[in-house]
Design a protein around this ligand. Structure first.
Ligand code: MG
Length: 289
């Protein structure tokens, strides 16, 4: 079986995970979680989001969290940025990388950010230009790359077009996201292979959900197709906004465990990750009562 020797795991629990939880994890605990993840060996963590606090109250403390976290050399913290205003807040917080998300379905993009795909791309091109000048890395994500909760199937041609647009505007990496967890391994292999073939040189990452239990199978398919960067969420934080009660983001522990078992290097200490998840659960539960 063809596998890369090394894989980068991007921890997205503090942002993608927490934003989909029904509670507010207090600022100190968020920072503690991020610091704990850094100690466990993560070099890339999606730490927070600069969206309007009334949209995502769970992450209303973005600035405060970033003041409390360590930023050792070699560790790249990123934040989701939906628009120019969010970008300016991100710059003021000294973030190393921003993540911009556009959906491969017009309807999903509209429901998600109240804009057309074209409007999103226009805004993102401006932000990417500013980021270049500010020395900030830009990650571009294509949501619902494998299926949409509103329109169903998604044309792989649309995914290729968006990945290409994001890559051309200067993104350092493009993420294909299975936002609702409907992808299957054969589909993943085909779509990823098509994107890599049509956009030579693109740095591709994948973001899978475990809604229907196919998360890790999809990781394996993407690995086979040539992806070596994967998002995951500690403790599977986040759930699925479209399927209440179902798991959402693949759990970091499961991903790291599978990669280690296959002798793929991640640089992450699994025991520490599990300790980190346990600590968060114990402390978080105490505060939530
Ligand atoms: Mg997700």
């Amino acid at each position: 079986m063809k596998l890369p020797a090394q894989v980068t795991v991007v921890e997205v629990g503090p942002r993608d995970g927490l934003q989909n939880e029904p509670f507010f994890l207090e600022t100190g605990l968020k920072a503690e979680l991020i610091n704990c993840l850094i100690e466990a060996g993560f070099k890339r963590i999606e730490a927070t989001s600069f969206v309007r606090p009334e949209w995502i109250p769970q992450l209303r403390d973005a600035e405060e969290v970033l003041k409390l976290v360590g930023r050792p050399p070699g560790v790249r913290l990123s934040a989701l940025v939906p628009n120019l205003k969010g970008y300016q807040r991100a710059v003021s917080s000294g973030i190393a990388e921003i993540n911009m998300v556009v959906s491969a379905s017009e309807l999903h993009n509209r429901k998600n950010v109240n804009r057309s795909i074209e409007e999103s791309l226009r805004d993102f091109a401006r932000i990417a230009g500013a980021a270049r000048g500010d020395g900030i890395l830009v990650r571009g994500s294509v949501a619902v790359s494998f299926g949409c909760p509103y329109q169903g199937g998604v044309d792989p041609g649309k995914v290729i077009g968006l990945a290409s647009a994001l890559w051309d505007m200067g993104c350092c990496e493009v993420v294909l996201a299975d936002t609702i967890g409907c992808a299957n391994p054969v589909q993943v292999y085909r779509v990823v292979s098509a994107v890599l073939e049509k956009i030579p040189g693109i740095c591709l990452a994948a973001h899978f959900h475990d809604t229907r239990g196919m998360g890790l199978a999809n990781v394996l398919a993407a690995l086979q197709a040539g992806v070596a960067v994967f998002d995951s969420s500690i403790g599977g934080l986040g759930g699925c906004p479209y399927a209440p009660g179902a798991p959402g983001n693949i759990a970091t522990e499961d991903l790291v465990n599978m990669l280690a078992a296959m002798d793929v290097e991640t640089g992450i200490d699994l025991t520490r990750v599990i300790k980190c998840a346990d600590r968060l659960q114990r402390k978080g539960e105490k505060r939530l009562r």
